[in-house]
Write a protein that binds this ligand. Structure first.
Ligand code: E4P
Length: 277
């Protein structure tokens, strides 16, 4: 488990967003994945002629100032992932804050035989003292095996579990809309995926199991798409929540806060300003 209160990571590979979140003083780390990197690189290429990816990643690591930055492998075989993880580690070693994201199960389908390669690679990297973030976690038992293999972080994908439960039950999917932590009912039955009633329920079950056995592994609630999921991640005791930039911004907003600011401003006593400004 973690140390202290829930850390907030920014779920982005966009330098402008990362810089802003660190300037606000609310970011404790960064998570990227191949899709987030693609989005950021596409944006970067529109503004700049050339992309020096090594420089680009070095900039992110510099902004993060020693706080954890997750970079994902794109290889899917045991030897491929291991080699790539070692290369990533070596390339950015000086920053001392790179966590290699390894999928819990790199197979594309049931008939693949590579299911256990993620765990094997995490185990080998742990032996080499290379830190890992085990990604694409959709069950508590995947989290348990990743923690046993020595992963520093396990990343349960809350939003995608909510998507999956809705799609499996032919419900309308609105990716950013709140999905109740206690699940949804249909014909008097609570919808679930093998006993998981929601994304946040998945996070909670991972937290419970890892706390129970005092694992050092931290639960990193991922695929969070709205502020209520952030609140619920904190309520179930997640060690870390990784948030898209938009969700970070949403966290401080309320219409009554704006209204209150307007009203207080109307009531300002000039002598008070003179005395204190
Ligand atoms: C973590 O970095 C995950 O890859 C990410 O949170 C996934 O989020 P998504 O399901 O909204 O794509």
């Amino acid at each position: 488990g973690g140390d202290g209160i829930m850390k907030i990571f920014i779920d982005s590979a966009d330098i402008d967003e990362i810089k802003q979140a660190y300037e606000w003083g609310i970011a404790d780390g960064v998570t990227t994945n191949p899709s987030l990197l693609k989005k950021a690189v596409t944006k970067h290429k529109k503004k700049n002629k050339n992309l020096n990816l090594k420089n680009y990643i070095n900039q992110i690591l510099k902004i993060a100032k020693g706080s954890p930055v997750s970079l994902e492998v794109t290889e899917t075989s045991k030897t491929g992932m291991l080699k790539q993880a070692k290369n990533i580690h070596k390339l950015f070693k000086s920053h001392k804050n790179v966590y290699i994201k390894i999928p819990i199960n790199p197979a594309f389908k049931e008939s693949d035989t590579t299911h256990f390669d993620g765990i094997t690679v995490i185990k080998q990297l742990t032996k080499l003292k290379i830190k890992t973030n085990c990604t694409l976690i959709f069950t508590p038992e995947q989290a348990l095996l990743a923690a046993k293999a020595g992963a520093s972080f396990v990343s349960p994908f809350a939003g995608r579990i909510d998507d999956f439960i809705r799609v499996s039950n032919k419900l309308k999917v609105d990716k950013t809309a709140h999905y109740p932590v206690w699940g949804m009912q249909k014909k008097d039955k609570t919808l679930h995926d093998n006993g998981i009633v929601s994304g946040i329920d998945l996070v909670e079950q991972c937290v419970t199991i890892l706390k129970h056995y005092n694992f050092k592994t931290q639960v990193l609630a991922a695929s969070l798409r709205n502020t209520r999921q952030v609140r619920e991640s904190a309520m179930v005791g997640s060690d870390i929540a990784t948030l898209p930039f938009t969700v970070i911004k949403e966290m401080l907003k309320h219409q009554k806060t704006y209204e209150g600011m307007k009203n207080f401003t109307k009531d300002i006593v000039p002598e008070y300003v003179k005395l204190t400004k």
